[in-house]
Design a protein around this ligand. Structure first.
Ligand code: IMP
Ligand code: MG
Length: 179
């Protein structure tokens, strides 16, 4: 795609695929003894491709459900005020639950999600994020599985959008801010 908004490629397609395989191997090992399977919860829409690729590499019994949240704020900064747009279909009680996120930036969205889902009494609750911007947070977020740590730049592709565009890029690139 030739578009001046697509900047430097931060994570190319082959690196994404290799890391997804590694994460899936680690998760499969960690949940080998699960009693009633792993329940993946994808946070729409950004985690779309990540969860699809990750799930197909898992070697443990698993199910998937989705949640959509919106954080109030500007296009490129989250405010920490989160609203549930679409809730889960499945109950979490006594389940091994893994939240699958596209990116943890300020960590505010995740903080809200974890608190909300914990109150539904899962057997276990962990977080897997494709990308993390650690420099944006005063303290480490409680994320067990991280695909890539990236610098504090706004990124697009492999599910991540800028104003709903660029999700379909096969790689993760920096957004070239214009104007
Ligand atoms: P947080 O609450 O600041 O951690 O941001 C959470 C949400 O903001 C993510 O799930 C993304 O949907 C969005 N977001 C944060 N940084 C980026 C980015 O660099 N590109 C695209 N979306 C982002
Ligand atoms: Mg978004």
């Amino acid at each position: 795609m030739s578009d001046p908004a697509i900047g430097e490629i931060l994570v190319p397609e082959d690196k994404l695929a290799a890391r997804v395989k590694e994460l899936a191997a680690q998760i499969s090992e960690d949940y080998a003894d699960t009693t009633n399977g792993l329940l993946l919860i994808g946070v729409l829409k950004g985690a779309l491709f990540f969860i699809a690729d990750l799930m197909r590499e898992l070697k443990v019994p698993c199910e998937v459900d989705f949640m959509a949240v919106s954080s109030y704020g500007s296009a490129t900064h989250s405010s920490g005020v989160v609203r549930i747009i679409k809730d889960l279909d499945l109950p979490l009680e006594n389940r091994d639950v893994l939240i699958v996120e596209d990116i943890v930036d300020s960590g505010l969205t995740l903080q809200y999600l974890v608190r909300n889902l914990k109150s539904r009494e899962p057997r276990s609750l962990e977080v897997c994020t494709l990308l993390s911007k650690p420099s944006r947070r005063p303290e480490a977020a409680d994320v067990k599985y991280v695909g890539f740590e990236i610098p504090d730049r706004f990124v697009i592709g492999y599910g991540l959008d800028h104003m709903e565009r660029y999700r379909n890029l096969r790689y993760v690139a920096a957004l070239e801010q214009q104007g």
